[in-house]
Design a protein around this ligand. Structure first.
Ligand code: PEP
Length: 255
């Protein structure tokens, strides 16, 4: 299971330091923890995380190697600042920055080429769900957002690409998708993912995101094909984040 915290543009540097320190207090192995920090904080946070098992990630990267892109950040820069993973295609970037799935695929290819693992976010809006289009929208996003160098049977990128299913209407709203809806969507995504050759490698993990907290995480983690959670608001509370990680450990001990 993977539990990833997405701080977005929220904490001050002082709060970020406190949260990072709290993450180093104990390990939650075999759960993998990832922290997506604001770009200016990557270096100081990587110092604080030190030798801990928490992986550090950027919240976006540019699709080009380098160049005249004022205000943007390259995959290589993230790597140089201590990140080993990058979050791509978050619905806030799709909505606020007009990011398309094709652009996200290009960013993913650039990140993978620079030794960053990627977490690609997918999710439907409330209107799309009400119109009965949720599954079609998410599966279309999946196919268009995956880097094209990830065909069936090519195991080289397995373990380097993670998917986060985040219904847009559940992000930051306190509203969580139902167990049945999460199960159906994760099953649909799992069946569309590139197959590992000979089944030797684990399938790409599919995280759920959208108002995950210490009260609802247990039920979410018990759903088939849920490989963890992408956590926004609750990642700004060290106690809540630890509790979610503990529930992931518990789920892993059962399966
Ligand atoms: C997110 O930022 O991806 C997210 C799911 O946020 P929240 O947990 O606050 O809904």
């Amino acid at each position: 299971m993977i539990i990833a915290g997405n701080w977005k543009m929220n904490p001050s540097l002082a709060l970020a330091g406190q949260l990072a320190n709290a993450l180093t207090v104990r390990s939650f192995e075999p759960v993998t923890r990832i922290l997506f920090a604001p770009h200016p904080y990557l270096v100081p946070i990587s110092v604080r995380l030190g030798g801990s098992d928490v992986r550090l990630g950027g919240q976006d990267c540019h699709q080009d190697l380098s160049g005249a892109h004022t205000g943007d950040v390259s995959a290589a820069m993230l790597r140089d600042c201590g990140a080993s993973v990058v979050l791509l295609g978050h619905s806030e970037r799709r909505a606020n920055h007009g990011e398309t799935s094709a652009l996200i695929a290009a960013k993913a290819a650039q990140a993978l080429a620079h030794d960053l693992d990627v977490m690609i976010c997918l999710g439907e809006t409330l209107d799309e769900r009400r119109a009965g289009l949720a599954e079609q929208i998410v599966i279309d996003q999946l196919h268009a957002s995956l880097p094209t160098n990830l065909p069936d049977g090519d195991d080289s990128l397995h373990g380097r690409v993670m998917i986060a299913y985040e219904p847009v209407w559940a992000i930051g709203t306190g509203e969580v998708a139902s167990v049945d809806d999460i199960a159906a969507m994760h099953q649909a995504i799992a069946s569309e993912l590139p197959k590992s050759q000979n089944g030797h490698k684990a399938p790409l993990p599919i995280l759920y995101g959208g108002s995950v907290n210490a009260d609802n995480a247990k039920a979410i983690f018990a759903i088939d094909h849920v490989g963890g959670a992408l956590v926004g608001g609750a990642s700004l509370d060290a106690t809540a984040f630890d509790s979610i990680c503990e529930l992931a450990v518990l789920q892993m001990s059962k399966s």
